[in-house]
Design a protein around this ligand. Structure first.
Ligand code: BGC
Length: 365
């Protein structure tokens, strides 16, 4: 890749995200992909907003966080019911908890989905605080939604739920724990909570760290879920940009190395070893997390190689896909997915958001 084409993909990324963002701030995950059409995820959206915030489009991020606060406000009763039930020792069923995605107007939507996921609620807190700090913005407009989210996470962080990939609801996933921990620690550090809430958040945040150290770490690296020993590509995000694992911590280096050894195929990172979704290709957004983590631990050349590889996956119009299908883990599984949902989601706005974040971290080459 030439330097110009790397910059061109950044420019296209800023443009495509801006063009597709709804006036109320919602980001579509992917505009035309049949399974995602019409929905905005807290996970994707928070990371996209983080990329836009860092890479020169803060107003877009502000609008997204406004959408998050409004959506949480719309579902305040549901959140409060979940908190009260958990406190009473009678937690709600998974189906009654908050979903991973909402329609653009903040509704629940009618399509069935693998909905009970906790990570996005932590990630929005983390990304919001990072954005407010980066641009010296006031926290007040978000405080009611932040408080509700903190109560929800404090009461439910330990529950098994679907992971980033909307799989394995029976497991406690380390990436999910890291996102929740990063969110709680961010609002604590920003001093956004009253004393009572802050002490609950501190206890939860420290409980998460203890659990991950004792049961979510094997051979010095983080693991995909509590009780499994291999890694998931999402774990790099806990090193950077989330910073929940300090780059000086040997766990950071060991996790990046384990991802490199087992999930990076030349350049480009797979989700996990037994992935069959669209045959299990390599994901630009995971490669961006890997690049950011490498940069954080001092491997700038590796991070730059990751950026170049991601740019090489863009279409002629500069659009980035969810995954690339040239080196599949299970090639035979690909037709099953294309028959069900069509071609790989392109553009995937989250891929663009992470590209922007890595591009910015590398000094906007
Ligand atoms: C991925 C999720 C993502 C969603 C929307 C799914 O295929 O597993 O992580 O949030 O797509 O992009």
């Amino acid at each position: 890749m030439t330097i110009a084409s790397v910059a061109r993909v950044a420019e296209a990324s800023l443009q495509v995200v801006a063009d597709l963002q709804l006036p109320n701030g919602a980001y579509p995950a992917s505009p035309d992909f049949v399974a995602y059409r019409g929905y905005c995820w807290f996970r994707d959206g928070s990371f996209i907003a983080d990329g836009m915030s860092a890479a020169g489009a803060p107003a877009s991020a502000t609008r997204f966080f406004g959408w998050c606060a409004a959506t949480i406000g719309q579902h305040a009763d549901r959140m409060t019911a979940a908190v009260e039930a958990a406190r009473a020792g009678t937690p709600l069923d998974d189906e009654a908890m908050l979903p991973a995605r909402f329609t653009f107007d903040g509704g629940l939507g009618l399509d069935p989905w693998w909905d009970f996921q906790l990570d996005g609620y932590g990630t929005w807190l983390w990304a919001l605080v990072a954005h407010l700090r980066r641009h010296h913005l006031p926290a007040e407009p978000y405080l009611p939604a932040v408080r509700l989210t903190v109560d929800y996470l404090v009461s439910s962080w330990h529950r098994p739920c679907f992971d980033w990939w909307e799989e394995h609801a029976e497991r406690v996933h380390v990436s999910t724990l890291g996102c929740i921990g990063a969110g709680l620690e961010a609002v604590l550090a920003a001093d956004l909570l009253d004393d009572g809430r802050a002490s609950g958040a501190r206890a939860a945040a420290s409980g998460i760290r203890t659990l991950v150290r004792s049961q979510g770490t094997v051979d010095g690296h983080l693991t995909k879920w509590v009780g499994r020993s291999d890694v998931d590509g999402s774990l790099a995000a806990l090193v950077a940009p989330l910073g929940w694992i300090s780059p000086d911590d040997p766990v950071a280096t060991a996790t990046v190395a384990a991802i490199e050894d087992t999930l990076a195929d030349d350049l480009g990172v797979h989700r996990f070893a037994d992935d069959v979704f669209y045959g299990g290709g390599r994901w630009p957004l995971l490669t961006a997390f890997h690049g950011m983590a490498r940069l954080a631990i001092g491997d700038e050349a590796g991070a730059r190689a990751d950026l170049d590889w991601i740019a090489s996956t863009a279409t002629d119009e500069g659009l980035l896909p969810e995954q690339v299908s040239d080196r599949l883990i299970v090639p035979d599984a690909l037709p099953r997915w294309t028959e069900r949902w069509g071609a790989v989601a392109t553009p995937l706005l989250w891929s663009h958001g992470e590209y922007l974040r890595l591009w910015d971290a590398l000094g906007r080459p």
